[in-house]
Design a protein around this ligand. Structure first.
Ligand code: MG
Length: 382
């Protein structure tokens, strides 16, 4: 078990649940970071007494500095402050920042040789080989926090030879709109989209779940984490979110990981791997579930999964492009500027941008992100 932890994005849904786990096991907190939620961060600082805390928003950082002047925590500001916290020596850095903003802090944590518990899937989607190669070079392990990837990681324990893995099977809840037609999706509202059937999550990922872009991003994330091709990663819709994902081996034996839908199990496993301890999550009682159901996803209606597969097959910066288009379109939809199915069209449009060149660095990723966001915004002007 690790003894100390840094949490990046500590005031979001995953960050708060990570601190639940840290509290239960008495982990020392080195540093905490937040984008804007300084009220929550102040309480966390008072409870966990980290040496440093960083707020990405400069004005809010100034305000927080005054409010916690009576504590021993030093307040840093801006993206540089977050990056500094990521690079402090830690047993594990848990990155639960939302979106591309998590990329540079991930790279900083790896560069410093810190073990990484990764909830920021955009890091692997946009950063791709750059991040996985950097981790290899520095000898840093990346432990998945995303529930599906944690399930696969757990189902791979005991696998002696990767050649014996035939395919990965990601489960998808299907989100609030599973079963709807493309026509019906044109008129859904933000309120409908935020109403997720089984998981309680932040707004960005809840919308990604409704479009099923989240599953597309997770196909890319799985390919990068476990070094698999897109054709060897299947998706099955499983509405109850009890089976979190599965691995099929060469003899067609399938190993799965199950549990009640609560992120604190995958969070804790990333912190305690390879060991297991008591967790704050209740026991799974399978008899509570009269039926577990499995269906094929509707790729015709929810097209983002295929766009993500296409980007993955193209390689290079194509996955950074689909991620950027989605992040921008997701934000435009949440701000009432575009309709729900316009998110699909935004992601599709980014595939035609010609970003499939190899050999890139982190600046190319950030440049692609900026360009594609601008293009996506321009697509919906007027
Ligand atoms: Mg997930």
């Amino acid at each position: 078990m690790i003894s100390n932890l840094t949490v990046l994005g500590s005031t979001g849904s995953i960050g708060i649940q990570s601190l639940d786990v840290a509290r239960m096991h008495g982990l020392k907190i080195n540093a905490l970071t937040s984008n804007v939620r300084t009220d929550v961060l102040e309480n966390q600082i008072r409870e966990f007494s980290p040496r440093f805390a960083a707020v990405a928003d400069e004005d809010r950082a100034k305000d927080l500095k005054i409010r916690v002047a009576d504590t021993g925590t030093e307040i840093l500001s801006g993206p540089g402050g977050v990056e500094f916290c990521a690079s402090l020596p830690a047993d594990t850095v848990l990155n639960s920042i939302v979106g591309i903003a998590g990329l540079v802090p991930t790279a900083a944590a790896i560069d410093a040789g810190n073990r990484l518990a990764l909830a920021n899937k955009e890091t692997l989607v946009a950063g791709g080989d750059y991040i996985t190669n950097l981790a290899k070079e520095k000898g840093v392990s990346i432990l998945p926090v995303d529930s599906e990837h944690s399930a696969i990681f757990q189902s791979l324990q005991g696998c002696r030879d990767k050649k014996q893995v035939k395919k990965l099977i990601l489960t998808a809840s299907g989100g609030p709109f599973f079963g709807k037609t493309r026509e019906e999706l044109k008129t859904v509202t933000l309120e409908n989209a935020l109403n997720h059937p089984s998981w309680s999550m932040g707004a960005k990922i809840t919308i990604d779940s409704a479009t099923m872009m989240n599953k597309g991003l997770e196909i890319i994330e799985a390919a990068r984490l476990f070094d698999m091709k897109s054709r060897d990663i299947d998706v099955v819709v499983h509405r109850q979110s009890v089976i979190h994902s599965l691995v099929m081996y060469s003899d067609n034996s399938v190993i799965a990981q199950l549990g009640v839908p609560d992120m604190r199990i995958p969070i804790q496993y990333a912190l305690t791997y390879p060991d297991r301890f008591e967790s704050p999550v209740r026991e799974l009682d399978l008899a509570e579930y009269a039926n577990l159901t499995f269906e094929r996803p509707d790729n015709e209606t929810f097209r983002c999964m295929d766009y993500c597969r296409e980007a993955l097959d193209r390689g290079g910066l194509a996955t950074a492009a689909v991620n950027a288009a989605n992040e921008k379109a997701n934000e435009l939809f949440r701000n009432g500027k575009i309709g729900f199915t316009d998110i699909f069209r935004s992601v599709e449009a980014s595939l035609g941008c010609g970003y499939d060149k190899d050999n890139f660095d982190i600046n190319d990723v950030l440049e692609t992100d900026r360009e594609v966001r601008a293009r996506t915004e321009a697509l919906w002007k007027n």
